[in-house]
Design a protein around this ligand. Structure first.
Ligand code: SF4
Length: 362
């Protein structure tokens, strides 16, 4: 059963760095100090009341948790201990920087119920990391993975394609290096330019150009294909819409869309449909059946996938309906010539390597 996340944002708390892209206050949608023990308990109780029996996971996002003072880390984790002991809280997850975790920090977190740590990896290319002002290298990532693993903590990774100096090749190579470390999950945030960041200065001065929307969707689709084939869940693609992020004057440039993930998933489904329709004659009318939650991904935003199939293959898709009998990866094409059963994972595995996002690059 999927856990119910109780999120706490500890924006910019504990972070002595200033990465070129970062405006924590806006990204997290919150500003201010650490939550008190009372605030922690009250919010957890509120969420638990509507958990419907789902396991509760407390998550500390934003900032650099393990750069907080030992006293502050303890202050945040201590109130959770009785709740963990009683089973009210099942697990704790948090995010931090790769160079802020060593064996001692990892063992401390494990002893306080932390089961997952998400590392802000962003890139595994040292030149990209340096150009982005990250202040750590790819080696720090490898060491952090090892320390956390050894302590019995699952490790997730966040990647940011489109950073200064990054290319499609370096983004995909970073992904391959992270996957070689067997992460528990990934988040992919294409780089955007926020007001008040150093990246905004670079962009204004003409020394930085973010990925275009189509480019970002295509690159993230390539990354998602690689993760799908590797069996690593991608739990988020694109920054979450918040009031602050969407406020006028905040987002200056870059590939941001409130439903960015749907654009990316739509690309994978288009490739899948295109392959499955190879023997369907032009002029045919087809209806599609998929899992109910996949209907909009299969259709594509503004029916983009259906339009492309009509334009490129001359096939008219008349309906896309959801069926609870199909898994999230299954699809069925029904036309006058019969029914074609397909599966997103199987079709992705059959894509040529340049479409999968593997090597060689297109
Ligand atoms: S380390 Fe994290 S919180 Fe600190 S400046 Fe960089 S992105 Fe922002």
């Amino acid at each position: 059963m999927k856990p119910l996340i109780v999120p706490f944002f500890i924006s910019h708390q504990g972070c002595p760095h200033q990465c070129v892209f970062c405006d924590q206050r806006r990204i997290a949608g919150h500003d201010g100090g650490l939550p008190s023990a009372t605030e922690l308990r009250e919010r957890i109780a509120r969420f638990t009341a509507s958990s419907d029996g789902r396991p509760v996971e407390v998550a500390f996002y934003g900032g650099t948790f393990t750069s907080l003072s030992a006293e502050a880390q303890e202050r945040l984790l201590a109130p959770l201990q009785p709740l963990i002991a009683s089973g009210e809280v099942m697990t704790v997850r948090l995010s931090t920087r790769p160079d802020a975790v060593d064996g001692e920090a990892a063992r401390f977190l494990r002893s306080r119920g932390v089961r997952t740590v998400e590392l802000g990896v962003q890139s595994m290319d040292d030149r990209v990391l340096a150009a982005s002002g990250r202040g750590h290298t790819a080696d720090h990532v490898v060491q952090a993975f090892a320390s956390l693993r050894e302590a019995g903590i699952a490790v997730g990774a966040q990647l940011m394609p489109g950073l200064p100096g990054d290319t499609k090749e370096t983004s995909l190579a970073s992904l391959q290096r992270v996957l070689a470390l067997s992460p528990a999950c990934l988040r992919i945030y294409p780089t955007v330019v926020l007001e008040g960041t150093r990246l905004a200065e670079f962009w204004r001065g003409g020394s930085y150009t973010p990925l275009g929307m189509e480019e970002a969707v295509s690159l993230c689709a390539a990354m998602l294909r690689v993760c799908l084939l590797a069996g690593v869940p991608v739990i988020r693609i694109g920054l979450q819409p918040t009031e602050e992020l969407e406020a006028s004057g905040t987002m200056l440039a870059g590939p941001w869309h409130p439903a960015f993930r749907q654009l990316v998933e739509g690309e994978l489904w288009y490739d899948c449909l295109d392959r499955l329709m190879v023997d369907v004659p032009a002029g045919a009318t087809v209806s599609l059946v998929c899992a109910p939650s996949r209907v909009s991904d299969v259709t594509g935003q503004r029916r983009k996938n259906l339009e492309r199939l009509r334009e490129r293959r001359g096939i008219l898709v008349t309906r896309v309906t959801g069926s609870a009998d199909l898994t999230l990866l299954d699809i069925a094409l029904i036309h006058a010539g019969g029914t074609v059963a397909g599966n997103l994972l199987a079709e992705t595995a059959r894509c040529p390597s340049h479409i999968q996002g593997g090597y060689p690059f297109d």
